[in-house]
Design a protein. Structure first.
Length: 350
């Protein structure tokens, strides 16, 4: 077991013994995170083709009298809220995926889950353009599930032969295939190429209140189930044999965890496209801040993921002003080097 994998194991005895210490750390992290998120939301609402002062942004929350109020309410507010929701979804799904696969470099995009959901959604957009909302989300769930199961089978999950590197290679292979199939769909449906290509990079640039209403119920359900699984994930992180010895139903925990990943990723991809690396980065940042106990990792990951995605969306507006790039471009630029660093730390040869 390498250092990165060991860092994922929760120190349950230490947490119980220290009590107040971890609580103070979590509270401090939460306060800083909420402050960063609040500043990010105000910043995101104030910038764009028309600069709006922070005081006017706050005023728009209580009034809709001026054009600036309408811009904030109808265009920028749904965008920043969707960014926060998608970031929380991807961060929690990444933390859960790392737990159920015992793989510190697992994330929905690396494991092909996002690519599977994206391919099916693109198929719906290009082949049946009238599909939108809940039907598209259900299709994304199916694509995410099929891709995740395929990757685990290719990696030998359940045979005792799987390793973090093997799982990552299987995920990259599946992602490459799924991206290629998605490109074929785009090529053969040129009328929708521009909007689909922009969506495929991942972003919340064209968010609407309808998107919030579409993703919110699935987000709430997925996050609640994930939080309910926290204690089971702690036990699973101690090792499969020990978990079974403690009476845990390992397969059931993994099944519920996989369902959480599928729901959160499918909902996010359906409304924002496959935004990369948030599911990898946020859980690692969280463990550095609050340790490896999933009772803390999951709620803090929600906050960290929301903060990262909101600021990535802000950064996307400064890359090539006055034009905007998809949010996924910024997360990829930041996340790719981090993934390479984490992959190089794996001391696995098989």
């Amino acid at each position: 077991m390498n250092a990165t994998t060991a860092a994922m194991r929760p120190s349950l005895a230490g947490d119980a013994g220290q009590g107040r210490g971890p609580g103070i750390v979590v509270a401090a992290v939460a306060v800083v995170g909420v402050a960063l998120l609040t500043v990010g939301i105000l910043w995101a609402l104030s910038i764009g083709s028309e600069q709006i002062s922070w005081s006017s942004v706050v005023h728009s929350w209580f009034s809709a009298d001026s054009p600036a109020d309408q811009i904030v309410r109808t265009i920028r507010l749904p965008r920043v809220l969707l960014a926060a929701l998608v970031g929380a979804n991807l961060a929690v799904s990444g933390a859960v995926m790392q737990a159920i696969t015992a793989n510190p470099i697992a994330s929905p995009d690396i494991m092909g889950v996002n690519s599977g959901a994206a391919m099916v959604v693109v198929a719906a957009i290009t082949i049946v353009p009238t599909m939108a909302g809940a039907p598209s989300i259900l299709l994304a769930f199916g694509g995410a599930a099929a891709a995740g199961i395929t990757v685990m089978v290719l990696a030998g999950m359940g045979t005792g032969k799987v390793s973090p590197v093997r799982l990552a290679l299987a995920g990259v292979t599946a992602s490459t295939l799924l991206v290629s199939l998605t490109q074929v769909l785009v090529i053969f449906h040129e009328n929708d190429t521009q909007s689909v290509l922009f969506w495929l990079v991942g972003g919340v640039n064209f968010a609407q209140w309808h998107d919030i209403g579409t993703v919110l119920p699935w987000t709430a359900a997925g996050l609640l189930v994930a939080l309910a699984l926290a204690k089971s994930l702690n036990i699973l992180a101690l090792g499969e044999d020990m978990a079974r010895g403690l009476g845990q139903h390992v397969e059931r925990t993994r099944a519920f965890g996989a369902a959480v990943v599928i729901v959160l990723c499918g909902a996010s991809v359906a409304v924002a496209g496959p935004i990369a690396f948030i599911g990898l980065i946020a859980p690692h940042i969280t463990r550095k801040l609050v340790g490896s106990n999933y009772l803390r990792v999951l709620p803090v990951s929600m906050l960290v993921g929301a903060v990262l995605t909101v600021y990535a969306d802000i950064g996307s507006r400064y890359v090539n002003p006055p034009f905007e790039v998809p949010t996924g471009v910024v997360t990829a630029l930041v996340g790719a080097p981090i993934f390479i660093y984490l992959a190089r730390r794996q001391k696995v040869t098989r």
